[in-house]
Design a protein around this ligand. Structure first.
Ligand code: AMP
Ligand code: MG
Length: 340
């Protein structure tokens, strides 16, 4: 199969026919990768089980790992879910469109292939104008996981998508780098209080300011108990190089790189602005951004991991962000990328 790259320019007269072409592919049961405000998604018609099955095949994603359904208005959330509570309404008003996904009891219309046989569905309204236009012109909800091979860093550019999926999908809508760079926050609304399944673009603190207490997934289980949520495998988002985390201090960063040079031939460094790295021909540096500027660090996280991977380093040293605000999402991705 030839994967078409449909390059958008932001000019409506130029872009509209390309979005319509992509929408026709979705309606015909095909696969289209498209930009959202978080990362690129791999979309198929969520009401067409055969089309959704193809997502799992293209990604190499296990069938037990459910997908997020993307819609373009709150009314569509009502159409595909049940037991819409006051809290759900408040969250929709505060954060949608935007990088917040809610897990709600599903209606029968949504294919069990999408939800991996569960009676709940994860649903969100993306903010990116291209994602919204694609959903609207397709006239159907779009099931979309991130457009990478299973377990790899999420794609934030069309090049990343093609690196992983060229020849396996019909098209990619190319609108440049995605703004947020980390995936949506996932909140399970079927528990009381709601449970944060995955930190993401909307910080836990912002959600709590609207609906009160939110439970962390790990608070509800004993240390050694396996977590019940699907798709939250400890290892994920991983480049081919080993990710080595260090405390977020310039001296620790420097020392960790120096130690890594004793064990690995080529070492990559995700460098916060102004932090020193050992001068050595075997060090490759990715200029990450100002430490504490979480928007920039999130935006450039997966780009950095994929860029250093392409430079064939054996290890990537990276300082670990704190557990707060948007930093919590960056921290979560790095911990999974570093997991054995
Ligand atoms: P991705 O689209 O690749 O970012 O992954 C979507 C993730 O959403 C899955 O890996 C699950 O962790 C989560 N998810 C999707 N649907 C459900 C659901 N019905 N219940 C709980 N978690 C879900
Ligand atoms: Mg993913």
């Amino acid at each position: 199969m030839l994967t078409q790259r449909l390059v958008l320019t932001g000019d409506e007269a130029h872009d509209l026919p390309l979005i319509q072409q992509a929408a026709a592919i979705i309606r015909a049961g095909g696969l289209v990768a498209f930009p959202t405000e978080t990362v690129y998604g791999l979309g198929a018609d969520a009401l067409n089980s055969e089309a959704v099955r193809r997502i799992f095949l293209a990604k190499g994603r296990p069938a037990w790992d459910p997908l997020i359904v993307h819609v373009d208005e709150p009314e569509a959330i009502r159409r595909y879910t049940r037991d819409y509570s006051v809290l759900t309404e408040q969250l929709i008003r505060a954060f949608m469109p935007g990088p917040l996904t809610l897990v709600l009891p599903k209606r029968a219309l949504i294919s069990e292939v999408v939800t991996a046989g569960r009676d709940t569905v994860a649903i969100r309204i993306p903010q990116h104008p291209v994602a919204r236009a694609l959903i609207r012109h397709s006239g159907t909800p779009i099931a979309a996981p991130s457009a990478n091979k299973f377990g790899r860093p999420s794609p934030t550019t069309a090049d990343h998508v093609l690196h992983d999926l060229n020849g396996e999908i019909e098209a990619v809508l190319d609108a440049g780098q995605t703004p947020m760079g980390v995936e949506s926050t996932i909140l399970d609304m079927t528990t009381q209080p709601p449970t944060l399944l995955r930190p993401g673009g909307v910080p836990k603190e912002a959600i709590e300011a609207v609906i009160g207490e939110v439970r962390l997934l790990r608070d509800s289980f004993a240390e050694n108990e396996p977590l019940p949520a699907p798709g939250l495998s400890a290892r994920h988002y991983a480049p081919k190089a080993k990710v080595v985390l260090c405390a977020p201090e310039p001296e620790q960063f420097y020392d960790t790189i120096r130690d890594a040079l004793e064990r690995y031939a080529f070492v990559g460094a995700m460098r916060p602005a102004g932090w020193h790295v050992p001068i050595a021909p075997r060090v490759r540096v990715f200029e990450w951004g100002d430490w504490g500027d979480w928007h920039t660090l999130a935006h450039r996280l997966f780009l950095g991991l994929r860029t250093l991977e392409r430079e064939q380093v054996h290890a990537i040293v990276c300082p670990l962000p704190p557990e707060e605000g948007l930093a919590r999402a960056v921290r979560d991705r790095l911990q999974r990328a570093a997991h054995e």
